[in-house]
Design a protein around this ligand. Structure first.
Ligand code: PLP
Length: 359
């Protein structure tokens, strides 16, 4: 297997892939694959229920929240959020932390009033801005944060307190990487293709009072109440992706759950951050230390040529996905839940050897 540091779609646990392979052609003796079955049948219903209940259990989701399994990726949520929650005279408040927060904000601007209440743009988004005492617009409909900026490699260490205003978080690139107090949020959403499974399904965790009364003027498929009322089976679901998510969640439970996973993620990322910090300036972390992500580790070398060489030589040695995002350059190692410690150890060794050769 490759040392897969892709930012997304990302590495899946080998055990999960093998289990899916075993069940691929014949799911539980049904004589057909899960993706050939009716989504209204008992076997798929079980998968749909299991994905939801495991997520509830592992992420400690309170009973007054709905778990929705949707399509369209997190990008569709960027539009669904303002469509469902903005009303004339209200404002969608956003914290500008980087590339994904900006995309969410731009989409909301298409639908109504918006405001940026904190930003780290002046620092090229190399940190999460101070959100300890945010002033929200009086008529704020919600406060939107991007929990982990996949491209810049920054992550909230603590979330803002938005009072009575629903806090909405894009956790696409860090859901289930650490325990979170879900009750502090009105809504959490995440595309599956980093920590949850393959692309194709998007998880929305929504407080019940927000899952009612979407405006009548928005399309049926984009209304949260449509999916809440129909247990995410309003239309044909992305059944194979949901099935894979249920396997990944079972795997996570076997690994000891989210708290154990956080420790594992910290062990992995400490190795790499230490390698950066102890390189005598050869490697330079992009994110400010107090905002460093335990999912996407961004770093630079002295020149773009050297960065290109790093990407090329690492590929030749079996590493995948270490080139930074095209919009910011540099290098990036994505260490999602399924990335094994061994891959991180191999990377640290490669970094030391590369420095010896070119330092
Ligand atoms: N938000 C974050 C933080 C992401 O990292 C991504 C994808 O990489 C997205 C949103 C967009 O997700 P999707 O491709 O599922 O629309």
């Amino acid at each position: 297997r490759a040392f897969n540091f892709n930012a997304g779609p990302a590495a899946l646990p080998l055990e999960v892939l093998q289990q899916a392979q075993e069940q691929f052609v014949d799911y539980h003796g049904a004589g057909m694959s899960i993706m050939e079955m009716s989504h209204r049948g008992a076997l798929y219903e079980q998968v749909n229920n299991e994905a939801q209940s495991l997520l509830r259990e592992l992420f400690n989701i309170p009973n007054n929240y709905k778990v929705l399994l949707l399509q369209g990726g997190a990008s569709t949520q960027f539009a669904s959020i303002p469509m469902n929650f903005l009303r004339p005279g209200t404002t969608g408040a956003y914290v500008a932390t980087g590339s994904w927060a900006e995309k969410a904000y731009k989409e909301a601007k298409l639908f109504g009033e918006t405001a940026i209440v904190a930003s780290s743009e002046a620092d090229k988004f190399n940190r999460i801005p101070d959100v300890s005492s945010l002033v929200l617009p009086e008529n704020a409909a919600y406060l939107h944060v991007t929990s982990n900026e996949t491209i810049e490699g920054t992550q909230y260490q603590s979330y803002p307190d938005s009072g009575n205003v629903p806090l909405i978080a894009d956790m696409s690139s860090d859901i289930l990487c650490r325990p979170v107090d879900v009750s502090k949020f009105g809504m959490i959403y995440a595309g599956a293709q980093k920590n949850l499974g393959p692309s194709g399904v998007t998880i929305v965790i929504l407080r019940e009072d927000l899952a009612q009364d979407s405006p009548k003027t928005i399309p049926t498929m984009l209304r949260y109440d449509t999916h809440a009322k129909n247990d995410s089976l309003y239309n044909t679901p992305p059944s194979f992706s949901v099935y894979m998510v249920s396997l990944v969640l079972k795997w996570l439970k076997e690994k000891g759950g989210v708290a154990a996973m956080e420790q594992y993620n910290r062990d992995k990322t400490n190795l790499i951050y230490n390698a950066i910090d102890n390189s005598g300036g050869f490697y330079r972390g992009f994110a400010q230390p107090e905002s460093r992500s335990i999912m996407n580790l961004t770093f630079r070398l002295q020149s773009e040529e050297l960065e290109k060489l790093f990407a090329k030589e690492s590929e030749a040695e079996g590493f995948v996905g270490l080139k930074g995002h095209r919009s910011v350059g540099g290098l990036r190692a994505s260490t999602y839940n399924a990335v094994p410690l061994e891959s991180c150890q191999a990377l640290v060794q490669f970094m030391a050897e590369f420095q010896k050769r070119h330092g």
